[in-house]
Structures are given as C-alpha cells and as structure tokens.
Design a protein around this ligand. Structure first.
Ligand code: BV8
Length: 236
C-alpha cells in the first residue's frame, strides 16, 4: 500500500519574483515615486488620486512584458507535475510569473495586475495595457470606476475559505520570499503549525516571523527552491 503523500501548501511573496527583476515592496524601503506603497495601494488613495494609483499599476503591468519567470517559479511547476500528492500554491504576488513558469491554478489572494474590475457594475476581466480614469467599462460604459483587480490594504483578500481549508490540512507549509508583515497572509504559518504541518521558510534573509518556522533555508529563491523541490521529490 503506497504511503499517502503529504499535502504541500506554498505561500509566495515578492521575493520569489525579485531575481526576475520585479521590485519587492520593502527591500528598497517600500517607496514608489516618493509614496509609501501601502499609501498608494488603498481604496482611499484611488478615491483621492486615481491618476497616481492607475499610473502605479500601469507601470507594473507594463513591466510584466519585460521579465521572465526564474528557476524558483519553474521548480514549483515541476513539483506540481511530479509530486504524487496535492500541491496548493497561494501567492501574494499580483504578477503572472507563476503561470508563465508553468504552475496552473495558483491562488492570487491579493489579485492580479492583468485583471480589472468595475466598481459600478462589478464586471471583471483580463486586461492588457494601461487603464486611465477615462477608460470606459466594457460592460456598463461608466468611466472613472474601472480599477485594477487588486486587493488593497483594508480590503478582504480573495479565496480565504479555500486558503484556510488547504492550510488547515497541510502536511508541509512553505513560505517563500515574503517578509511576513502583511496579514492575513503572514498568519497562515500559525494555522499550518496548528494543523501539525512541517513549516519551512525560504528567504534570502531572516524575517520577522522566521522563529515561527521549523526550518529556515536562507539564500536566493532561485537556488533554494529548486534544492527544496529536489528533496521533496526524492522522498519515497
Ligand atoms: C485586511 C496588493 C481586513 C497591492 C497587497 C496592524 C497589524 C496587523 C494587520 C494590520 C494592521 N494594520 C492594518 C492591518 C491589516 C493589513 C496589514 O497587514 N498591514 C500591514 C502592513 C501591517 N492587511 C490588510 O489590509 C489586508 N486586508 O486585513 O482586510 C478586512 C476584514 C474583513 C473585511 C474587509 C477587510 C489586505 C492586505 C493586502 C494588501 N495588498 N498587495 C499591490 O500589490 O500593489 S500587500 C503587498 O504586500 C503585496 O501583496 C506583497 O506581496 C505583500 C507582502 O509583501 P511581500 O510579498 O512579503 O514582499 P516584501 O517586499 O515585504 O518582502 C519580500 C521578501 O522577500 C523579503 O523578506 C526579502 O528578504 C525576500 N527576498 C528578496 N529577494 C529575495 C528574497 N527571498 C528569496 N530570494 C530572493 N532573491
């Protein structure tokens, strides 16, 4: 009788995309054009200065075309393809590098740069290119209310029921490239420990929550994630 493989749940943050060339939030003191990121990434900021917020996301959406997935993204796709048990990937990232690295079904708990939604008719869909305050909703035609489909500070992250169910039944929980400062994402490791999971942190430096993890692998994600995946795939 084959031993049941442990369910693996992975949470990624901006650090997994850093070596692809996408800026993280807090490595360069988290400023953007002189604004604190969490000052720009809020519904109040969108209300107060929609041009600034649209520009913040237009530049990041455009940057996606200039970067490629790295070895860490590809290693997680290999894990999904070759591991004999369930692999759930939850990402705080709004880029599309997990998908372009070959992973299918990543849960984007903070939304996605390549999706927009209408605050008036609640239409939502894929979006390439810039979004301006004058852009009309394809569904209802209203202008000024088409916003990036991004979870801003003070807004409820997506799929929390699915996320909590997966973390609550994980055998292995790994946090990769996240500073562990943003909740509720940063609290998931405690739910995983409560569920009896083996917890691993992969980061290029110690974080505010490193002490919560059973194991910490310190180094660049492009090196440490493939090595960790090799170990998991070698388990019987
Ligand atoms: C909510 C979308 C309630 C935007 C983002 C006080 C205490 C506790 C909580 C709060 C508080 N005050 C307010 C809150 C709640 C708040 C929060 O946690 N604030 C923090 C800052 C204190 N949270 C919220 O508002 C959340 N919502 O609570 O809702 C609610 C309840 C009911 C009903 C309605 C509402 C919503 C949070 C989501 C905000 N949106 N993103 C955008 O992307 O533009 S968060 C943003 O931060 C990104 O998603 C990002 O992913 C996330 C976390 O950052 P990291 O990914 O960890 O990135 P960071 O730069 O911080 O770290 C990178 C790490 O990688 C570092 O450790 C670095 O060392 C490492 N690294 C770098 N290079 C490498 C590497 N590692 C390996 N290899 C490398 N090469």
């Amino acid at each position: 009788m084959r031993k049941q493989k442990r369910a693996i749940v992975i949470l990624t943050g901006a650090g997994i995309s850093a070596e692809s060339g996408l800026a993280t939030f807090r490595d360069q003191d988290g400023l953007w054009e002189g604004h604190a990121v969490d000052e720009v990434a809020t519904p109040e900021a969108f209300e107060r200065n929609p041009e600034l917020v649209q520009r913040f996301y237009n530049l990041r959406r455009a940057a996606l075309a200039t970067v490629e997935p790295n070895a860490a993204h590809r290693a997680l796709a290999r894990l999904q393809d070759e591991y004999g048990g369930r692999v759930t990937l939850i990402t705080q990232n709004v880029d599309d590098l997990h998908e372009r690295g070959g992973f299918s079904g990543a849960i984007h708990m903070h939304g996605e740069l390549r999706r927009v939604k209408c605050e008036v008719c609640h239409w939502e869909g894929g979006w390439e290119g810039d979004l301006e305050v004058t852009t009309a909703c394809p569904e209802c035609g209203t202008t000024g209310h088409l916003r990036p489909d991004i979870v801003w500070f003070g807004e409820m992250p997506y799929s929390m029921d699915v996320i909590e169910a997966a973390v609550g039944s994980a055998g292995v929980f790994a946090a990769i490239g996240t500073s562990g400062l943003v909740y509720p994402a940063a609290g998931l490791v405690r739910l995983a420990k409560f569920a009896g999971a083996e917890t691993v942190e992969i980061n290029n430096k110690e974080t505010a929550v490193s002490g919560t993890f059973d194991r910490c692998r310190t180094g660049p994600a492009s090196v440490e994630v493939p090595a960790w995946v090799d170990e998991l795939l070698a388990e019987d």
